[in-house]
Ligand binder design. Sequence first.
Ligand code: ZN
Ligand code: ZN
Ligand code: ZN
Ligand code: ZN
Ligand code: ZN
Length: 881
Amino acid sequence: MTRQRCDISSLIFSDMGKALKKTTHFRNVKIKVVRRTIAGPAKVSYLSQGLPQPNYKQTHPSDPSITSQQAEPDDATPSCSESAYSKAKKRELHAWDAVKDDMLKVLFECSAPITTQCIVCLEHADYRCIECSTTAVFCEVCLKRTHRNSLHLPEKWNNVYYEPSSLGLFLYLPEGHGTHAVYTKDMKVIVSTGRLCTVTVNMCACEPETCTLLRYGLWPATADKPQTAFSIPLLELFVCLSHECQVSVEGFCNTLRWKNNLTLAEVNTLYRALVGESISHFRHHHFRQRSLVDICPQLDDGTICPACPKADGDMIVTLDANFGLVRKQSSGTSAVEPLHGTRMFVDEKAVEEYLLSHLDSSERHEDCSNFKAGNVLRSQKQAKKLDVTGVFGASCRHEMPLMFVNMSQGERLAYPLYVIDELLRKCEDKNIHLRVVYDIACVVASHLNKSGEGIPHNISLAVPAFHVYGHKLPCQIKYSTRRLEGFGLTDGEGMERLWSFLRRFARVTKEMTPSHRLDLLTDALLHYGRRKSTDLEMQLLQRLDKAEKIMILAQEDISSVIREAPVLVSEEDMEKWKKREMELAQQKQKPINTVCKWKRDYIIKLIQFYKFKSGTRGESYMECETEIEDSLLNMEKKHRIGRRWQESDSDFQATLKDVDRELRGQLICKARTESRERAVLLHLKKRYPDGQGIAIRLSKQVASSNKRMRQAIKEYNSIQWPPQMSIFPATIDFQEACDPSWHVVYFCFDDTIEEDNVSKSLKRRGIDALHMKTRAAEEKRMLYQEMRTVTEHLHQQHAFLCSAIKETDQPGAKAALIQRLQQLERKQHQATVMFHPHVPDIVPVDNLYLCQALPMSSIQTLVYNDDGDNDEDDTEDDNDS
Ligand SMILES: [Zn+2]
Ligand SMILES: [Zn+2]
Ligand SMILES: [Zn+2]
Ligand SMILES: [Zn+2]
Ligand SMILES: [Zn+2]
């Protein structure tokens, strides 16, 4: 049974963001997970000799033999697949060994001409162009003819070796400038291989030099009178590298240095030309080109989640703060607003005003340990040097970034309140119910209630499934996403995954001007969103798969509770337990009746006293014994006890029982509180790389939490008498107590469950399983709806594109739009084919729109292959089999 429960939780906390491919075999509740590692960092090294876990297999995408081998059904035992795996690996290594020397020989052979026949005219050839082809050689005439306006760097054979050609690089204007003022200019150009060369460029007075450079495929280093220019493909590579691997400008320049043997002076030229405005404008230019926002304004600019409702529905958002994304005050100021405006980050002035009008936050929230942990993260000394102390953000349940705020004042309640307000404002009149998942949603809720505003009718608040362990039990019951209606299986950890991507930009953005920083972070978020929305169809199917598995596991859990119950129980009974639990959680906690102090002291002394008397002790204990005897006599006199209580007295027994419950209860609660705090701190710590101030402070917190916990456990374990109630363990183990769901306390102090014929722990299991089943069913319904929403969204985007195509009369813009339309139709086809088996009313789309919506003349310019979809659909369609 424990194994199954473990399976549920591992599924819940498993990373949805990765491209997972799962196969399920339900019979033995054994779940086989085959993980494709194309997206995201691989978690297991492929050469590891560790036995693969039977229900969790790792495959390498580039090795088909291994993939097919591991994807075999369950009957292959781990040891067998292991040896087959190493055999395949050895075969592969042998094959490389056999060819590596020959390959090197060929490489050196290529340093001299392999042929002397011009590839174009077949005459004698002295030139070669590695960038065109490694086997092609040219005569001088053909080289010039084929390399007009090219920035390739050909080489000439001087009968000894290939030397750089001395022909020079020229760029000529296209026709149409015959009568204009054309002039030439020598410029430093970084060509697409990263080499720095001098190019003679033809310019015309009829347009800005930057525009002419763009025609040549070059990006100017300055907007006015550029002297240096970069190959656009090279900069595109840089931008993509910086999104995926956070390459800095400096890192990029150094890469080019080692690749092309640049001198330090050349690297410096490159660096100076790239930092500053040139590269941020290129980034933005790249965004505008890709998003088409300028030629089709209604088109999604990358900030819309295709799966979230646009009107009439429930939208689940996750909020969270990150304290790593700071900015140093000393890193300069910006003269202009960010190029992206408020695309992702809200206007800072509006936030400041809001903060001023909401002076709420400094009140302490002792209830939930989380908020305290958040405060720990701030060190006043460090914060002084920072003008941005972190970022507060929101994403939807599909992890699309939605809204971000620069924080300047640590974790104030006003930030989540502001974001909630803004999100509500955006949903206004759209009949959208906002479901907010936030680590301290309970604190937000109690703030709203206390401030008299109340919780707006169109929002619900919940605490993420993991974080809820850091809260008091009533909080867990009232706010867990696992217990509240409408949250499906949303784990609420989406923002954490987003941070783990975004925080990689912290190092670069920490020392940027405010506007450059916001633009880069916005670009990064747009990139993250693009990743998410590109794989959205797959994500929805994976979630569906997971929901189905969880439903089966939950159902089995329910059956086992029914089986294990000492009396006849049904699912309806469990529903009643569930309702009763919620009722009890809503009630104010009743004060625990305490034993009066003197009785407590008296009983403790008495126990010591009888222990001494019964034991055979030496002389040294005599003194101690007399001391105890004295204080006992004192108490008896004071409280008029005529006859000393004997161990068999009912007074003694009853009081001991009360004292025992109280003392053990208090110590367990103390340990439990620390355990919760500790779990939350450790979880937080994972967000911040070691060595950072935050991580160090968190480690200290964990250490002192550990100390307090050990102290409580020590006191518990040294209690002089055995537990008087069966619910208490004789001793507590530190490791055991560290488990945030520590069962001992979980059940014995659970006032929200009444014990009758069925034990509290079994009831709790039943209630949890019931909730799980309900959430899984809910998730499935949500996913079906989301599939429809995605389909509608794509449909709408299609309509926007079609009307933009009709409206534009510029052939270039039209071509760009049609190109996008083609991509969109491919996606539409793919999505509808994937969704159809689950939602029959989603009918696969067969690219009919293009023909209907466009005039015939437009279609003629379009080479569209009907079979293209099947070829390019990858293997997505084989999911259902
Ligand atoms: Zn030739
Ligand atoms: Zn060439
Ligand atoms: Zn001109
Ligand atoms: Zn969404
Ligand atoms: Zn709470």
